[in-house]
Structures are given as C-alpha cells and as structure tokens.
Design a protein around this ligand. Structure first.
Ligand SMILES: [Zn+2]
Length: 201
C-alpha cells in the first residue's frame, strides 16, 4: 500500500513553465493563496533568470540590480495587458505605447570586427544587453498577440493564484494552471458546497 502525503500548501506551487517568454516572465511573480511570491526580487536572481535564457551573457548581477525597477515595471505592464486580454478586452492605448517604448529601447545593431592580422572576424552586438532582454520579453508578448489565438491566453481561475498560461488543450476549456493544485482545490470546494446544500435543505 502506498501512503500518499499531499498538502497543497507545503508543495511548491509551480506548474510547468511555458514556451512563451512573456508568460514565463509574468509568472516570476505569482501568488500562493494570495501571498505574493517573487522569484526575481533582486539583481542576483534576476540575472540568473536571464542568464538561464541566454538573455544575459555579458551583463552582471549588479547591472541587473540597477535595472531591476525597469524589469518590474515591464512585468506589471505584462500583468495588466494579459489581465485585459484574458478578459476579452483590448490593451489600452497607454499600454501599447509603453510596450512599444520597451521594444524601441532594445534597439541594437551588429558590427563586424577584424582580428589583428585582418583574416579572422567576429560579429559583435552594439547596444545595452539588459535593454535588449526587456525588448525580447516585450517582443514575445507583441508577437503572441499579433500571431496567435489570443482566446487561449488564460489566468488561473483560482483568485489566490493568478498563474498565467496558454491553454494548449484540444478542447480549449482549461481553467486552472494545474489540475492537481488549483483545479483540485476548486473541485473540493464545489463538493463541500454541494454537501452543505444537502444538509441545509
Ligand atoms: Zn492556479
């Protein structure tokens, strides 16, 4: 016999990460039963998150710390925009302007450099790497909204969770980030409500 010890609150609440960069970045701030859980609260953790996605190869943790506010502001913008889209509302003109500004700030160009003898070459990039990292995240949202079915952009139906995800299920009716945590919690709550109704009637 297998004894199962399951406790929603003790288990780390972390559904599988998404392939869309803006979703992964939005989910660095989530809620566990309403309590905020920031996975990139400082320069070191933000730098590690970016480095794991090849978005910080020359930038340093102290550089990430200096631009922490700009990343947090982008994350808040993505939260606000996805809140609206998931509620079938268009992003506001101000939101579009702010997103476009992040895209513009990531401008960069390539430069060919010859080695000392002139027969070996490297291509370098000119531009701020962390500005480009924010533009890459913003660009992922821009391309998603332009090229994909926006109806599939969802926010977990559990008010204490608010995990963002893309519903890739065939039926396109997924409501929770994870059936074993939030989905199960909703099922248990429905079950209790029904049981209560039965005893009251
Ligand atoms: Zn959830």
């Amino acid at each position: 016999m297998v004894t199962r010890m399951t406790d929603d609150h003790a288990a780390p609440h972390e559904p599988a990460s998404d392939t869309e960069l803006f979703i992964d970045f939005a989910n660095t701030l989530t809620f566990d039963d309403g309590a905020p859980n920031d996975r990139v609260p400082d320069g070191t953790s933000l730098h590690a998150w970016l480095a794991a996605r090849a978005l910080a190869t020359s930038a340093s943790p102290s550089g990430a710390q200096r631009t922490l506010l700009a990343f947090q502001s982008l994350r808040a913008l993505i939260h606000d925009m996805t809140d609206r889209v998931a509620a079938d509302q268009a992003p506001t003109a101000t939101q579009l302007r702010r997103l476009n500004r992040v895209l513009r700030d990531g401008l960069h160009y390539h430069q060919l450099r010859a080695s000392e003898g002139g027969t070996n070459f490297t291509v370098g990039q000119v531009g701020d790497e962390l500005d480009q990292a924010r533009a890459a995240i913003a660009g992922s949202l821009a391309h998603y909204l332009a090229d994909h079915d926006v109806d599939r952009l969802r926010i977990c139906a559990d008010d204490g969770c608010r995990w963002r995800f893309i519903d890739r299920s065939r039926s396109a009716r997924r409501r929770w980030c994870d059936m074993t945590t939030c989905g199960n919690r909703a099922k248990v709550a429905r079950h209790r409500a029904r049981a209560r109704q039965r005893t009251e009637s």
